[in-house]
Design a protein around this ligand. Structure first.
Ligand code: NDP
Length: 247
């Protein structure tokens, strides 16, 4: 059931997060949106409300633990509970290691890894106490296979895969009924390529997206499917991509 579920979405100001927020709200969920760009969040909340949905937002930088705790509190104070969190915020400034873009390496570790840790740390005490909850994380096909230019990005996404699998196992062992789902998208047309600073890597990746990219609405459908399953069922992994992309 999606209706009336309270769902926090990180990285909700664009792309997959925005599409998922709108779809879940259209199915009756109460969506709590977080990202750094306030104007974008406000516009999306307005659009959801105009369409008859329920939504609020908070400026959230997932690298800041206190921001993550604040958005969980906001969800609880506004809607009374939290049922799911979509850990979606991320960036992909790919480049060859020899380019030594070390600031970007650290930024990816901070957002793609530590952002996931911070989100889980913020929500887990609540999920454990209420003995229910759903943690959904966006990894990538880059978390399933290595490719040149994606050493650090891929590494952050491999981390998500391992972390989520252990979360699933431990939650089952501890009897907390926490469900997990990890998404492995391939080429999805969003703002993701805007963070590239390495021109050659961007051109190569842009070619792939121009050839194959599909709408983030497709990923939103998968999130909705996972949340809609009965509470006793976890579908732990989804690889989602264009039907014609070999990836
Ligand atoms: P977008 O660039 O369109 O969206 C990224 C979102 O993350 C934005 O809302 C951005 O908002 C937010 N974000 C970035 N940094 C932070 C931060 N520090 N704190 C909070 N929010 C942040 O890309 P996608 O929708 O494609 O990306 C969503 C996820 O999907 C990412 O984890 C990405 O790695 C993954 N993914 C995407 C694929 C694709 O082909 N598009 C393929 C595989 C995985 P703001 O700038 O306002 O903070």
């Amino acid at each position: 059931m999606i209706k009336d579920k309270v769902i926090i979405i990180t990285g909700a100001s664009a792309g997959i997060g925005e599409a998922t927020a709108k779809l879940l709200a259209s199915k009756g969920a109460k969506v709590v949106l977080g990202a750094r760009r306030e104007e974008k969040l406000k516009r999306i909340v307005d659009e959801i409300k105009q369409a008859g949905g329920q939504s609020i937002s908070q400026v959230l930088d997932v690298t800041r633990q206190e921001d993550n705790e604040r958005i969980v509190r906001l969800a609880r104070d506004t809607f009374g509970r939290v049922d799911a969190i979509l850990l979606n915020a991320g960036l992909m400034p790919n480049s060859p290691l020899s380019a030594l873009k070390t600031d970007e390496w650290h930024q990816m570790v901070d957002v793609n890894i530590k952002g996931v840790l911070n989100g889980v740390a913020a929500v887990l005490p609540l999920f454990v106490a209420q003995k229910s909850g759903h943690v959904i994380a966006v990894s990538s096909v880059a978390g399933l296979k290595a490719y040149p230019g994606g050493a650090v990005y891929g590494g952050t996404k491999w981390f998500v895969r391992d972390f989520m699998e252990v979360l699933r196992m431990e939650s089952a062992m501890e009897g907390t009924n926490i469900r997990t789902a990890t998404l492995y998208p391939a080429a999805i047309n969003t703002e993701l390529l805007s963070t590239f600073s390495d021109k050659a890597s961007l051109e190569q990746m842009q070619g792939i997206y121009d050839q194959y990219g599909i709408s983030p609405d497709r990923v939103a459908e998968v999130v909705a499917f996972a949340i809609d399953l009965p509470d006793d069922t976890t579908v732990n992994e989804f690889t989602i991509g264009p039907a014609n992309q070999p990836w």
